[in-house]
Design a protein. Sequence first.
Length: 400
Amino acid sequence: MLKGKNILLGVCGGIAAYKAVEVASSLRKKGAHVDVIMTDAATKFVTPLTFQEITGNPVSFSMWEKVHTWNVEHIALAKKADLILIAPATANIVGKIASGIADDMLSTTLMASTAPIFLAPAMNTNMYNNPIFQHNLKLLQDIAHYNIIPATTGHLACGNAGIGRFPDPADIIEIIEKFLGQKKDLIGKNILITAGGTREPIDPVRYIGNRSSGKMGYALAEEAARRGAKVTLISGQTSLTVSSSIELIKIETAKQMQQYVEEKFTDSDIIIMAAAVADYCVSKVAEQKIKKAANNFTINLVKNPDILLNLGNKKNPGQILVGFAAETQNLIEYAQEKLKRKNLDMIIANDVSKSNAGFNSDTNIVKIITKNKSVEDIPLMKKTTLAGIILDKIQVMENS
Ligand code: PMT
């Protein structure tokens, strides 16, 4: 994926600048041509000579000291780059870009570039959580060619532990490789995805919920959007965020989810129900907070609509309907029964009793079962990777 690509690495002044050396080295080992721009502050942490030796190219660090033979260096570098990676990205560079400031080699080059730009911020936790920094980051996230590689949580150079850590260089390379190798096979497709758990109110302060984090559905939505689909994501309450290209509709209850799903259904080519929808809701929601009284307390539950079953009953020819099955036993048997009863084209069965699969985990282990009775074992992997495999299988099904 990286072979022959021109990658421009922007290095800013933070302690993680030394880790950018590993990033540059990996990029080169994988066959990329790497140009480096360092900010003035970055040169206080690592010398330009280090990056020059690692990349085999001269390193730019000033508007006024020419290191290349090009006439206008920042324009030439901006035009040449297939992708720009800023790692580490400081609060300063993020603030500059968000404010439209171009006053040094790196910021002027970014201003002149139309290439995809990836930022890997790394800094002290309070700086990272600072609302001004978060506001600036969000501003960039909403601009189409900007991509944020979120900082991780852990021990920081300042002695604190928290969010703000520079991601593992191997993870940064993986994200970039994935982006460069991204298929655009879903252009022109409308995809409707549900994610997260529904909440069924008991009274104004209490609800019945489940452990779904939304990670599986959000991973599918992001992957589908990256591959060019127009994605609508109908989601239960989660703390996750999505790219601005995805239409996000947040709901609370199963009935609200059903309302929006039905609204979007006719225009959707592919529908994927990854949400954990409550099968029951409270028959009469109390208007006021229920006060503690007797030792025992009974709630009367009534059945919620089965959203997927209703969709299966009215599916149009050509539409692909995919469900998930969360099971703790008889995985294949129960999932196959749901596939048939709900008239699905495919069902993703996850054994949610496993600790690294199903609810609220970054990984999943599933079986992909199709209406022609094929069962494929998909081993433990990140939900983000699994999302790509599920969409590949749907594509094969659509084209067959
Ligand atoms: O969100 P995460 O933390 O990443 O966890 C992911 C997940 C475990 C929630 C996901 O992988 C998953 O399995 N989602 C489906 C959970 C579920 O409700 O399974 P089910 O077997 O009860 O339902 C079968 C299918 O019918 C599902 O596609 C569900 O969305 C749908 N359904 C269920 C009940 C209902 N009333 N209406 C529905 O449409």
